[in-house]
Design a protein around this ligand. Sequence first.
Ligand SMILES: NC(=O)c1ccc[n+]([C@@H]2O[C@H](COP(=O)([O-])OP(=O)(O)OC[C@H]3O[C@@H](n4cnc5c(N)ncnc54)[C@H](O)[C@@H]3O)[C@@H](O)[C@H]2O)c1
Ligand SMILES: O=P(O)(O)OC[C@H](O)CO
Length: 319
Amino acid sequence: MTIQNPKPKIEATIAILGAGAWGTALANLAAANGHQVGLWSRESSESLADVIAGADIILSAVSMKGVRPVVELIKPLALSSDTIIVTATKGLDPSTTCTPAQIWQAAFPSHPVVVLAGPNLSKEIEQGLPAATVVASTDAEAAKVVQARLNSTRFRVYTNSDPLGVELGGTLKNVIAISAGTCDGLQLGTNAKAALVTRGLAEIIRIGTHWGAKTDTFYGLSGLGDLLATCNSPLSRNYQVGYQLAQGKQLPEVLAALQGTAEGVNTTQVLIQLANQQGISVPISYQVYRLLQGEVTPQAAVDALMLRDVKPEIGSWRY
Ligand SMILES: NC(=O)c1ccc[n+]([C@@H]2O[C@H](COP(=O)([O-])OP(=O)(O)OC[C@H]3O[C@@H](n4cnc5c(N)ncnc54)[C@H](O)[C@@H]3O)[C@@H](O)[C@H]2O)c1
Ligand SMILES: O=P(O)(O)OC[C@H](O)CO
């Protein structure tokens, strides 16, 4: 499928992999900026080789479970040496615990890899509503190129030099969004939600900095920004999972009826595995894990959080 805008602003060829909700929204944003856009999915009639041939940018918006299969499909294909790889997936690989950017970088070590994440509910973006995002890379020039290609009057793009922090902000907030949906589903009120989101951010910072990301990054669009969007919108699939569990539905039933992917379900499993191995305290994520496992009811998860030992707040994201 080729999407072209009749009045090009900046000429580039962008191959987008994954034609789900996010890949399609990004393809439309890129096309509206005048780029030649190829959109590929595993259901496409066009070959992957044809879609990525000559691409200046390859942008992957497949869900986490598709990252490794797609990387393996691209490896034997010829990429131009200066092709920039952009990853917009928010998840962790269950078999290796790697982030999507780490998988892409290991497979294509000589190519710049850029992470794209922010408060970007695709349905709002498809409606033409204004939004902002972050493109982050250790290759500052590559991040600037992606910024220039995607920035527009309705999609404001910031650069950032902490790709791990940007990627983890977008990934870990999905776990907290499940808890926020549960909180709303139980009608626990605004105070409870504010406490949950604030302590959720402390938990994200504790994990993210332990893994090497910068604290400041989590206060930006890809951290706090995405956390606010996802914890407060019924458009979020992760929020919907928590909300519907709080209404008494079972997880398989919720996931079967969900449109698209709720990455937080798998992310929670990987996060708890790592947090247990590394001795990181993640009380909210742990209750989300128990809820998803069917080990605890939504109300019992709330009770477990409220019954924890009291502690000082200042600096408490460190322990
Ligand atoms: N939808 C949003 O609002 C949004 C916004 C920002 C980021 N994201 C992230 O983008 C990613 C995709 O989200 P989405 O909403 O587009 O999901 P989706 O379920 O709508 O689409 C997922 C895409 O991944 C592809 N895919 C899955 N497994 C694959 C495999 N084994 N091989 C090849 N392709 C495979 C599917 O065919 C589909 O094209 C997720 O990580 C999500 O967290 C989504
Ligand atoms: O629908 P969700 O929960 O995957 O959220 C979509 C995006 O991550 C919001 O930025």
